[in-house]
Ligand binder design. Structure first.
Ligand code: SF4
Length: 413
């Protein structure tokens, strides 16, 4: 397939594919799927070997958000029966983080629901970052607190944060259909603030919200332009009680094509499978490790993931290895120049990122996703497509989080 050979060559040179080539990846048929995974896998292994980075989410403040992100279980007016609690104390957050680190994670992603932090919030999160860093040598810490005001990124950096997550979520042209309480430009501004402060920027998307292939390609090209060190790819978990509860339009094959497209467009970036991994990829998760080099260990912000032990077994069975604390995540050129080169010593090699994004599960705009149906374009040149029909809702796979942070029950790690 000329298309795939061309995309591999470009991926190894970090050359940007054309939009037509990116759309063609999304249009490939199921017969071509393994060829697509094999091709994108060459690019993944060239930049990240067979390492899989484990990240661990700690939900510092759950629910109670004044924003109206339609995919989010924590949104204003959400009827999703999620945990609701205000700020965890630094020692509570540090205890939660320690479980994830003991489970093999090397990055802790501190997330709080809400439009954006007050300066008082930045103080309390700074205390939490210091507590975690003091108790866990070499740990990477990312913050995801929403829209940032001037000076806040610098203060988080001074407190020891390595990275900041804030996802773009979807294309600029459709952003207003998803959220009305803040804008796409607000989000771009926060990612740029993180960059400017020397934090490693992390910014990703949510697939499966009824967007078209063009929308998906749009947001991924915008992300490439913003140049984060990491791109979380969320697959919408359609929470009952949110406006997108009926949006069950992803298939495991569609998710794999989306991850492959992201890998080709952002070849040397940490591509993370974020929220919706278990719900939408299901038994195809191991195959997706050929495309993404990073996942979340344990639970998401408001929903439960598979057991941490199952993730470790899956990684080993698929022939991959958990990235060690002493290993640099990002390729040398990005680690050196990236968000926080100074973090090379800390193994984050530019302080990869998180993506913890609350969006991670359609949680906090920095936080979920699903794409939909592709179509047949014979061979590889298929035509771009609008979302295919709705698939069988798999609400049986969605478990609202009832353990870990904000509860008396041990976390999943
Ligand atoms: S994504 Fe974040 S800002 Fe949007 S409703 Fe959810 S918690 Fe609030």
């Amino acid at each position: 397939m000329d298309l795939l050979n061309t995309l591999v060559d470009k991926g190894l040179r970090r050359e940007l594919p054309t939009r037509e080539e990116a759309l063609a990846v999304l249009a490939t048929s199921d017969d071509d799927l393994l060829d697509v995974v094999a091709a994108a896998g060459k690019v993944r292994r060239h930049w990240f070997g067979r390492r899989v980075k484990l990240n661990y989410l700690v939900n510092l403040k759950s629910g109670l958000c004044p924003e109206d992100c339609s995919y989010c279980s924590q949104r204003l007016g959400s009827e999703a029966g999620i945990l609701k609690y205000t700020w965890l104390k630094p020692d509570e957050a540090s205890k939660a983080a320690a479980a994830g680190l003991a489970g093999g994670a090397k990055r802790v992603c501190l997330v709080a629901s809400g439009r954006g932090p007050t300066d008082r919030d930045v103080d309390r999160v700074s205390d939490t970052i210091k507590a975690i860093k003091d108790q866990n040598e070499g740990v990477e810490v990312c913050a995801c607190l929403g829209l940032l005001s001037d000076g806040q990124a610098e203060r988080l950096r001074e407190a020891g944060a390595d990275a900041y997550n804030h996802n773009l979520n979807t294309s600029e042209s459709t952003y207003g259909d998803i959220t009305t309480t803040h804008t796409y430009a607000d989000r771009v501004d926060t990612v740029q603030k993180a960059h400017a402060a020397g934090l490693s920027a992390c910014s990703g998307l949510i697939a499966g919200m009824g967007e078209t292939d063009e929308d998906l390609v749009d947001v991924v090209y915008s992300l490439r332009e913003l140049d984060p060190d990491s791109v979380p790819v969320n697959f919408l978990i359609p929470f009952e009680g949110t406006p997108l509860a009926k949006e069950w339009n992803l298939t495991p094959q569609r998710c794999l094509r989306i991850l492959a497209m992201v890998r080709f467009v952002c070849p040397d970036v940490e591509v993370r499978i974020a929220g919706g991994r278990e719900v939408h990829l299901r038994t195809m998760q191991p195959l997706a490790l050929n495309l993404a080099n990073s996942i979340f260990l344990g639970d998401y912000l408001t929903s439960e993931g598979q057991a941490g032990k199952a993730d470790l077994e899956m990684i080993a069975d698929a022939g991959f290895e958990v990235e060690g604390a002493d290993q640099i995540t990002l390729p040398e050129h990005r680690a050196a120049g990236g968000g926080c080169g100074s973090h090379a010593a800390a193994g984050c090699g530019s302080a990869a990122q998180t993506g913890c994004g609350s969006e991670a599960e359609a949680g906090c705009g920095s936080h979920a996703g699903a794409g939909c149906g592709s179509h047949e374009g014979g061979g590889v040149c298929g035509t771009a497509s609008a979302p295919a029909g709705t698939n069988e809702p798999r609400t049986d796979l969605v478990a609202v989080r009832r353990r870990g942070a904000g509860t008396d029950l041990a976390p999943n790690a």
